[in-house]
Design a binder for this molecule. Sequence first.
Ligand SMILES: [Zn+2]
Length: 316
Amino acid sequence: MSICFNFYCTHECLDCDAHGSFNWHRHGGNGMCVMHDAVHGSYSRKEWVNKILGGTMYLLGSNVFNWKIQHNFLHHAYTNIEGYDEDIAPKGPIRLCQYGPLKRIHRYQYIHAFFFYGLLTISKLIGDFTQLIVYNKAGITRQFHINPVLEYMKMVIVKIIYLFVFIGLPILFTPFGWWQVLLGFFIMHWTAGCILSTVFQMAHVVEGTEQLLPNAEGIIEEEWAVHELRSTSDFGRNNLFLNYYIGRLNFQIENHLFPNICHIHYRKIAPIVERTAKEFGFNYNLKPTFLNSLYSHIHRLKELGMQNQIVSPGAT
Ligand SMILES: [Zn+2]
């Protein structure tokens, strides 16, 4: 366990709080807020600051460009839409979209989903390569003026350095055996993946959030902001530890409506958004506590594992 902890410490990410003080935090959780905000371009007005802090993504062995496309471009623009939002795409033993294929194994996904959530970051070590090929074939690299060959080479080099630092060096310079190092590496990734996936899924795959379909012309018949309200949920807004630990990713409605605003402002923005939504007759999805939201996600996993199409209680 100690080697796991040491690796985990090595994964620490730079956290800059509201008053500009810097702390090195010994957990991957804060990496979420730093990396997430920075890649959204909301951490600083200076692009170079966002670039450097967004680069903490490389400490997870992943790739900034792929995250930008999967999260900023696809997930934020096409939230909870089948075929566009990769966060709800079919993932073998896990079914997160009510329009995805239903298999027998999904029946017990409310139990095994969390194990597979833990494989998120480790699967990216290899999965980034195929994902970049898919984005390139879809013309996304061209759209974002990215040279696919250079990006691919950068990806190979960064991952080799990453594996050398996180696996090679500990094998060479610590008394631990290779299997202990690999075990620690796996536990570290599993912990980070489980926290990240669970937090992100609790914002969109819970009771009350909807998975809208485009019409025959491929158009979502809803204003974008209203669509975000209908497909997203906040949770545990008064939980100060949670606000700190997950970088206010529990204020996902605000993150989706204002991705360019740093998370430190979400707490003040949220009541205004909630009031305005209600004023215009829209449902504002909010689970009062973390446990309410976790239970709701488990319940939704259970539903998605048993039924083909579900009409969410929040659907209008
Ligand atoms: Zn985001």
